[in-house]
Design a protein around this ligand. Structure first.
Ligand code: COI
Length: 358
């Protein structure tokens, strides 16, 4: 099939109306940017509300050099996925209302106006439909949607920007950790010098400023053969927080624990979904303070996130000592992964009303 867009940019009418997928080697996709056809853009001024957005061809954007986001990091983002339904009739979004609400909370923390939940969900639907040929065939991955909200107006002194842009782009993705290590379990390094978040900071919202500061720790860990870094609390240096791009869970017997979100941990949507699914499946799930000792003594460890889904942790290294965990077929993380992704792909009944049809 052609690599040209099926839409004419002026009318946004599809030039062909099949549900064909783009010419991509779907078995090879990992988690890197694949340019798609369209992005959704909506702007508003500081004291206003967002009103209407539009689809533009995907590409570079123009920003004032003095924009709030470039100078002072005034920005938040989200991540969610659309799956192609098995019968080929349409797509499923997973819990987009949760992303809309989290973006509103983050926007409030960063002094930005934000789209309403309806505007947010409409933008997700429009972005999926305009890029439908980039949604992988079922079982090969998903269309990762990245909504951004940025202070696009110019400010010189430190202040909220006068103008905001809500921008949504999308890219087909497969396994987050696949590029390096196939479906093998991930190996985490506990970091106790670099912290991801501090009390009173922005760790509990998805600001762009939470991510670049951990690159240093992440690169160092990767250069020593680890997959990612697990951060601990900056005050007591003893409680688990989260990894660079995902939340963490430990399993001990029939009990599952995950660090309680007290302002420094991102309340992940996959985290919340796994808590609910695990409780429904009969596990005792606790959100509590989880210590490094609890982690060391666990039977099983796994990470959750929109990008990583549910990723088993094979080992954790702390102060030079490596601790290993159960992985493979008959594990709690494997069962939870299947229950979650079956709902996301429309293969299991969605009793909680989590999926939204596009
Ligand atoms: C996601 O899981 O959607 C995220 O936003 C994490 C990101 C670092 C890939």
């Amino acid at each position: 099939s052609s690599s040209l867009s099926p839409y004419s940019a002026s009318s946004l009418q599809p030039l062909w109306s099949d549900d064909e997928c783009a010419d991509v080697n779907w078995d090879k996709i990992g988690f890197s940017i694949v340019p798609t056809d369209y992005m959704y853009v909506m702007k508003c001024s500081r004291d206003d509300k967002f009103s209407s957005g539009r689809l533009n061809p995907y590409g570079n954007i123009e920003l004032n050099p003095a924009s709030g986001v470039l100078n002072y990091g005034q920005g938040v983002f989200e991540g969610l996925k659309a799956y192609r339904k098995r019968d080929g009739c349409g797509f499923l979004l997973f819990r987009p209302v949760e992303n809309a609400i989290r973006m509103q909370m983050g926007a409030d923390r960063m002094c930005m106006p934000s789209p309403s939940a309806d505007q947010f969900i409409d933008a997700m639907k429009e972005t999926v439909l305009a890029n439908r040929r980039w949604v992988p065939p079922q079982g090969k991955g998903s269309l990762y949607i990245r909504p951004l909200l940025i202070g696009s107006g110019a400010v010189l002194g430190l202040a909220p920007a006068p103008e905001y842009t809500f921008l949504v782009y999308a890219s087909p993705v497969g396994n987050y950790f696949k590029a390096r290590e196939g479906f093998a379990p991930i190996n985490l390094l506990i970091e106790d010098a670099i912290h991801r978040a501090t009390p009173g900071g922005t760790g509990c919202v998805k600001t762009i400023t939470n991510y670049a500061p951990v690159l240093k720790a992440q690169l160092l860990a990767k250069s020593n053969g680890f997959t990612d870094v697990l951060y601990i609390d900056p005050v007591n240096k003893k409680y688990l927080e989260e990894a660079s791009a995902c939340n963490i869970f430990i399993v001990k017997g029939k009990a599952i624990s995950t660090p309680i979100t007290r302002g420094t941990i991102l309340p992940g949507i996959t985290r919340g979904s796994i808590i609910a699914i695990a409780r429904d499946s009969g596990y005792l799930v606790e959100e509590r303070l989880v210590t490094i000792d609890d982690l060391i003594e666990a039977d099983e460890v796994f990470c959750t996130g929109t990008a990583v889904v549910v990723s088993p942790v094979g080992s954790v290294t702390y102060h030079g000592k490596r601790f290993e965990y159960k992985t493979g077929a008959d594990t709690v993380s494997q069962r939870l992964y299947k229950s979650l992704t079956d709902i996301q792909m429309g293969l299991a009944e969605d009793t909680k009303g989590w999926t939204v049809e596009v």
